[in-house]
Design a protein around this ligand. Structure first.
Ligand SMILES: Cc1cc2nc3c(=O)[nH]c(=O)nc-3n(C[C@H](O)[C@H](O)[C@H](O)COP(=O)(O)OP(=O)(O)OC[C@H]3O[C@@H](n4cnc5c(N)ncnc54)[C@H](O)[C@@H]3O)c2cc1C
Length: 455
């Protein structure tokens, strides 16, 4: 562990500083995934923009490896680093809604729950992910998919501007009219370009949705998923739905369908009829819900402090053979906390050009996620290997593409598949804004070699 003199930053920093000797350090090192046990030399929990600048300057002057923590939900533990500094934004969670313009300004450490709570007061919502404790920072920079993805697009499709602090401590605005290349790169290029102090989003009128769970015995899984696939092919954009192979609270293996309809409720009842009358569900909890309640529906399945490992793939199609493989592999899962989730996007998200933002995979609407979750660290190899084998078995059907923010710890070539055809332009933007690769505890894009990098 590096012994660090933190006096110089203490003089100006207004937030909280944690070193291994400070009380609260252990709690400040904990993130959602208990498998991540990194020990930074300093955690700088910022109170605002000026603290972010101070932390970046201190890190640069001391040659410290630098991680950025938003909501701490990155499965690969990219919110933390060993020995270096963590720029921790978890105190910066303010959300300000402008109901007249339907815009929202969100600080870089806010969670989805923080955002939904404030927008809901005005009957508005911003498309984001499906678990309230996830950070808006990492989710947005990775693209962002959730219950409104088919109607209003990905989170990045609703991003209006960012206020960002770059590696040299400069504060920039990135928007369609300022630093346009940087704005393009921030929409899917991960945390490579600086610390985003705040995001500005377009919000949409969403107050009450029709949603819930349809559950069937696992034996019905192949039929349920095939029906789901056919049904979604002609579903309206107002409906986003996922299907999952999971276990009930009593340990029974199940297959579930989770729809969220964000249009008129009466019309939604009609639209959901074919889904709800298919087969013999053992439970149907679909009802009109305030949008934040829909957002909280799956939160109990992702508690803090369990061990987690993810593998995933984006696919153009979901063939019968692929469904058979997914179901067969799900039936081999050893932990009742694990799941396989099949997400279908398309809709508004699929109508954006692959080079309009840094997220390239608009034509790959199926996201298949092998989510291993367990409590006993001694079982790590078993559950990790199950997730790995699932992804490997899908290789014959896969497009060799990934959703950036779903990637666990992976080699560089796998991470590059998430950037796809946009990698060259992202490398150019990285080189312009972070030539020394100061921000590298992330899904890293290496800058091209420049004099600045070699100095
Ligand atoms: C339970 C769970 C559910 C999820 N559901 C969804 C979902 O529905 N849809 C979806 O798209 N994704 C989902 N994800 C994936 C999620 O988007 C990523 O895990 C993302 O990294 C979480 O963001 P965070 O701020 O919490 O991450 P952190 O772990 O805090 O940060 C991860 C990385 O993001 C970058 N970062 C974060 N904030 C900033 C910032 N303000 N400025 C610059 N860089 C920053 C940094 O590079 C950092 O290393 C889910 C994850 C979990 C664990």
């Amino acid at each position: 562990m590096t012994l660090l003199d933190v006096q110089p930053i203490r003089a100006t920093f207004q937030g909280d500083l944690f070193t291994p000797e400070t009380s609260g350090y252990d709690a400040a090192c904990r993130i959602w995934n208990a498998s991540v046990t990194k020990r930074p030399a300093l955690i700088a929990r910022c109170s605002g923009l000026v603290d972010i600048i101070a932390a970046i300057d201190f890190a640069r002057e001391n040659g410290l490896l630098t991680a950025v923590r938003g909501g701490g939900h990155n499965v690969g533990g990219r919110a933390l680093c060993d020995d270096g500094i963590v720029i921790d934004l978890s105190r910066m969670r303010a959300v300000h809604v402008d109901p007249a313009q339907r815009t929202v300004r969100v600080q870089g450490g806010a969670t989805l729950g923080d955002l939904d709570r404030e927008t809901h007061a005005f009957g508005l919502a911003v498309p984001c992910g499906i678990v309230p404790k996830t950070g808006i920072g990492g989710l947005t920079l990775g693209g962002g998919v959730g219950w409104l993805v088919r109607k209003y697009g990905m989170t990045i499709d609703n991003l209006l501007s960012c206020q960002i602090v770059t590696a040299d401590g400069k504060v920039l605005t990135a928007s369609p009219s300022e630093n346009e290349d940087l704005f393009w790169a921030l929409r899917g290029g991960g945390g490579n370009f600086g610390v985003v102090a705040s995001f500005e989003f377009q919000a949409h009128p969403v107050l009450t949705v029709l949603g819930g769970l349809l559950l069937y015995p696992r034996a019905a899984a192949v039929d349920v998923i095939r029906h789901f696939r056919g049904y979604m092919a002609s579903a309206p954009d107002e409906l986003t739905a996922y299907t999952a192979l999971l276990h009930g609270p009593d340990g029974a293996p199940l297959v579930g369908v989770i729809p969220c309809y964000c249009g008129e409720i009466v019309e939604g009842q009609r639209i959901l009829e074919p889904l709800r009358t298919f087969g013999n569900p053992v439970a149907d909890t679909i009802q009109a819900l305030p949008f934040p309640a829909m957002q909280a529906l799956l939160a109990p399945s992702f508690p803090d402090g369990n061990h987690n490992y993810w593998k995933s793939t984006l696919q153009r199609e979901l063939s019968d053979d692929a469904i058979d493989v997914v179901v067969e592999h799900a039936n081999r899962m050893q932990s009742p906390l694990s799941a396989v989730v099949l997400e279908y996007y398309a809709g508004a998200a699929g109508r954006v050009a692959g080079d309009a933002t840094a997220f390239p995979h608009r034509a790959l609407p199926w996201g298949i996620y092998f989510i291993a979750q367990w409590t006993d660290p001694a079982e790590t190899v078993t559950h990790r290997d199950w997730a790995r084998a699932g992804e490997e078995r899908l290789i014959p059907f896969s497009s060799n593409a990934h959703l950036l923010s779903a990637l666990d710890v992976e080699p560089e070539d796998v991470i590059c598949t998430a950037f796809g055809a946009n990698l060259a332009r992202l490398t150019a933007v990285k080189t312009q804004y972070d030539a020394t690769n100061f921000f590298r505890v992330n899904y890293n894009i290496r800058p091209a070699l420049t004099k600045a990098a070699l100095a």
